[in-house]
Design a protein around this ligand. Structure first.
Ligand SMILES: *Cc1c(COP(=O)(O)O)cnc(C)c1O
Length: 409
């Protein structure tokens, strides 16, 4: 086969090259216009260059800054034992997993992780995928289709919105944490012809507001109307409940949640997504979750790191790290009283997008990395700073941040 394979249909010649360049110029010109428009609205995003691993401090543009931007709530992304588990798995099983698990199989780190997840969460079964985002895109369309109805809280994560759209089901957006609205939507859905299946999507801790869903009442409602509940515990795992498995456990409703869903990338300090539930659920997803079937399995190191992280979370050390998060949080909220202490995600509401960016830049100049969160992550005009409190922070860090937040206009 010649080196040019794949381009064999093209006649070699300047015309093709020239037309290709022209098309690219047109694309770039168009995209540049779009970027300029984002810039003028204070909505342009760029990637920051960080030179160190995640931790209490990170090296940003050659400067050490306090990191209040990470979802690594328990500080496990830089835990020596977790990193060592990843390194050992890479040595034992290699860097890659070869193919989708349906093609090249589940390796010991995948199986160990899933057994540990199910045992920890108290479910019959668990299934790990490459990311939480990918899991949502696979799971939701596997469960419901065009004859069904999905009711989603207005503030759910983009992956649940996209998964719901991809499913082709009829979507109804519920006002945030509004049980009366949910009840009226459920009642409407139940009265649709053809007895559609109804799937409710919500989060236990909302990723940008840090508030919590009223899970007990929600579970009552979904049972009353015979709906299914998929609960995204991305920001609750490791932090809530006696075993720190999340809010479903903390509120005593875990066995009644049909699909417990989350990420291995936040408090568990690794990367990947999971679904916990019945054996039938995961057996079915192996057959129908397209992001599981058509995507390379998680790398052994990521699975092994998450497995080890679960062990740490379950241990006295995990209890101590978790308690540390809540202590740091109260050290912040007792000083800046208008801030919410419902979860380690603490929004500082600003409103206007450019104002949020400029406040974030001022804090950065003072040595604090506190990201500005803007549309489309939150609604227009609801821009904010988002402080993530972690076990890695010290009491002094919290005092300094409180002072900076109080003092920085
Ligand atoms: C981060 C996040 C996800 C996606 O998880 P990843 O593993 O990062 O893809 C899903 N839901 C919520 C609420 C999240 O914050």
């Amino acid at each position: 086969m010649s080196l040019g394979a794949g381009r064999g249909d093209l006649e070699p010649g300047a015309d093709h090259w020239y037309q290709g360049r022209a098309a690219m110029h047109d694309l770039d010109a168009e995209l540049q216009r779009r970027l300029d428009a984002l810039e003028s609205e204070g909505l342009r995003r760029t990637l920051r260059r960080v030179e160190s691993g995640q931790g209490r401090e990170i090296l940003l543009d050659g400067r050490r800054v306090l990191n209040f931007a990470s979802n690594d709530y328990l500080g496990l992304a830089s835990h020596p034992g977790v990193a060592e588990a990843a390194a050992r798995a890479a040595r034992d099983f290699g860097s890659g997993s070869g193919a989708s698990r349906l093609i090249s199989g589940s390796l010991p780190p995948h199986r160990d992780l899933e057994e540990a997840l199910a045992a920890w969460k108290g479910t019959e079964s668990a299934l790990a995928q490459g990311s939480g985002f990918a899991a949502a895109l696979g799971v939701i369309p596997a469960l419901v289709g065009k004859d069904d109805i999905v009711i989603l809280d207005r503030q759910v994560h983009a992956c649940c919105v996209d998964g719901a759209r991809l499913s082709g089901a009829t979507l109804r957006v519920c006002r945030h944490n509004d049980l009366d609205h949910l009840e009226s939507l459920l009642s409407w859905a139940r009265n649709q012809p053809g007895t559609p299946r109804i799937l409710i999507l919500t989060e236990s801790v909302f990723s940008m507001d840090g508030d919590r869903a009223p899970l007990k009442a929600l579970v009552e409602l979904k049972d009353r109307f015979g709906a299914w509940l998929m609960l995204d515990e991305a920001h609750a795992v490791g932090l809530f409940g006696a075993n720190r498995t999340g809010c479903a456990e903390a509120e005593g409703v875990a066995p009644r949640v049909d699909i417990q869903f989350g990420t291995l990338g936040k408090a568990l300090g690794s990367c990947g997504g999971y679904v916990c539930g019945s054996r039938v659920l995961t057996d079915y997803l192996v057959n129908r979750s397209r992001s599981l079937i058509f995507s390379t399995a998680p790398v052994p190191a990521a699975a092994a790191a998450a497995r080890k992280a679960i062990r740490v979370v379950q241990s006295p050390e995990g209890a101590q790290r978790c308690a540390g998060v809540w202590e740091r949080l109260s050290q912040l909220t007792s000083r800046v009283r208008e801030l919410s202490g419902a979860s380690p995600i603490v929004p500082v509401m600003i409103g206007e997008e450019r104002a949020a960016v400029s406040r974030s830049q001022k804090l950065l100049a003072q040595g604090f990395l506190v990201p500005a969160i803007r549309y489309p992550t939150v609604s227009r005009g609801r821009a904010r700073l988002r402080v993530s409190v972690t076990a890695a922070h010290t009491p002094e860090d919290m005092a300094r941040l409180a002072e900076a937040l109080g003092a920085t206009p």
